[in-house]
Structures are given as C-alpha cells and as structure tokens.
Design a protein around this ligand. Structure first.
Ligand code: RIB
Length: 297
C-alpha cells in the first residue's frame, strides 16, 4: 500500500517515575531518555515497518532535533521530501511521564503547528500517488480538513485518528473513510459521560465509520449496522506510548485486506508495540508480526 501520513514529528523526553506528581508537588524520577515520537511520525514508522510505501508531509524546526528526527525517518525508508523546515520555531517536543505502566503526555507543537494548507497543496503529487492518507491532530485542523477534501476529491481512502481529542466539524467525521478514536477520544467527540454505554452509542450513531480502540479490551467497530469486536492480544505491558499510533499505521498498511483482517493485524501490531519502552521500540517489522501471530495461542 502507498500510505501518505500528514502529521506531527516530535522528540519525546521520557521520564519514568513511581508516582505521578500532583500540582505543586515534586517527585523523584528513576529514568530519563530522549526518544523519537510524534503521532504522525510514529504512524509512518509503524506502516513502513509492515511493508507499506510511506511518505510524509510534516514540519520540523531548523534545529538538531529536527535533523535527527528526519534522518531517523529516512532510515526507516520513509520518503521525507515533504518535511518542511520552519524558521523561528523548534521541532515539536513531548514530555512523556511514565508511571505504573501508563503515561501522561504534554506536547508542545512547535513546527508541527506551523504546517500550512499551502505546504500540503505544494505536495499534491504525494496525495495523487497515495492509496491511503492518514491524519492525526497534532497539526492545524485546517490542514486535516484540506487533506480530507483532497482525499475525497481524488478518490483516496482517508483515516482520521482524532488524537489528541478536540471538537471536530461533522464534515470531517462524515467524510473520513474511518475515524479511529480511543475510548476517551470517542467520549470527548460526543460529550459523553465517563460511564456512558459506548456500545449502545456506537450502535445508534449514524456514522458507520468508527473504529474505537479500547486498550486491553481490544477494538470495537461497526459493520453493516452490527457491532464487531476484536479481542486484544495478551502481552507483558511495559509502555503503552505509541500503541494507538502503531494501530493506525498498521491499519493503513493493511488497508487492502478485509476490514476484519486489517483490524486483527493492527491489534496484534499494537500489542507488540507495548512490550518495549518508547513509542517505536516495540513496533514490529512484518516478519516479527507474522511470527507473533503464528505463535500466539
Ligand atoms: O502517541 C504517542 C505520541 O504522542 C508520542 O510519541 C508523543 O510525541 C505524542 O505526540
């Protein structure tokens, strides 16, 4: 599959601690690492490792982090010619706090939020060449809306990963081939209470294009007006950062399969991704994914 990712590139500053600090509190951490991240770049790497031909439209700052991240993406066989270098802003960064196998993340958009519709317009050849376009929300919303229009105009599949959650125009939600929120993002999209019955809501939702990732509870989606489930694969969880990105990148890479199979493989890839620390360290190459599925019982 030819996959075009229009999304973010970050450097992740990953801190491990036993307890998340409360506001006004200082706690000791046990470990610090600088790793590659950004939802867009993570998705690009996930898709490329699974055999897709991947290109990116994105932006970095004119700094060491930007050069490093671009070089790493090239080494992953990703076409980086659509990555802009923006002046007077830093490359995007994320401060990732890891605690008790879970995470909280603060993102400073930097160059990601300087990406413009005009930048995307100038890369139209990449849109025309793509089979699937995948966007997440760490870039300006108007870029995502433009990409969705272009996808529709040229008959391309469009996956919208609505992360981080924000209010979205109906036209975007309706025109995407698939919308892939996690549970929290789905609730935020529809202003649902924390304890809302998601299955009933999804069943009654007129949009038939949602694939909801539910962490250790697997994946919930709707096909032909019926709810469908994919169980999660049981693994030893080390770090869940990037699991959603792996799922989305894999979904794009396997888009030529049936929806059921694409979701099955993407769920398996996401499971492997959480077995290592960092957004990308556990992302499988295709051989590893196949072996994992063959051996999994
Ligand atoms: O989804 C995980 C990613 O979110 C991290 O790599 C971080 O950069 C933030 O964008």
């Amino acid at each position: 599959m030819k996959v075009l990712i229009i999304g973010s590139i970050n450097t992740d500053f990953v801190v491990t601690t036993n307890v998340m600090p409360q506001i006004g509190e200082t706690v000791f951490g046990s470990d610090f690492e600088i790793l590659s991240g950004g939802k867009g770049a993570n998705q690009a790497v996930a898709a490329a490792r699974l055999g897709a031909e991947v290109s990116m439209i994105a932006a970095v700052g004119d700094d060491e982090m930007g050069r490093r991240e671009t070089k790493i993406l090239k080494q992953e066989n990703i076409d980086t010619t659509g990555i802009y270098i923006k002046n007077k802003v830093s490359t995007g960064v994320a401060v990732v706090n890891l605690s008790q196998n879970d995470n909280s993340i603060i993102v400073v958009g930097g160059a990601n939020v300087a990406l413009s519709v005009d930048d995307i317009r100038q890369q139209q050849a990449k849109i025309l060449a793509a089979d699937v376009i995948l966007c997440s929300l760490e870039i300006p919303l108007e870029c995502v809306v433009y990409a969705c229009h272009q996808a529709r105009k040229y008959g391309k599949h469009f996956i919208l990963n609505p992360a981080p959650a924000q209010d979205l125009p109906d036209e975007l939600l309706l025109n995407a081939t698939f919308v892939t929120p996690n549970l929290i993002e789905y609730k935020q999209l529809y202003n649902l209470q924390a304890d809302a019955d998601i299955q009933t809501h999804l069943l009654n939702n007129s949009n038939d294009n949602y694939i909801i990732t539910c962490g250790k509870n697997g994946v919930l989606y709707k096909q032909n007006n019926q709810l469908q489930y994919q169980n999660a694969f049981k693994v030893n969880v080390v770090d869940t950062t990037g699991a959603g990105d792996t799922f989305n990148g894999a979904l794009a890479a396997f888009f030529d399969l049936s929806l059921k199979d694409a979701i099955y493989y993407a769920t398996a890839a996401a499971a492997l991704s959480v077995t290592h620390k960092g957004a990308r360290n556990g992302m499988p190459f295709i051989e590893k994914l196949k072996n994992f599925i063959n051996e999994y019982q």
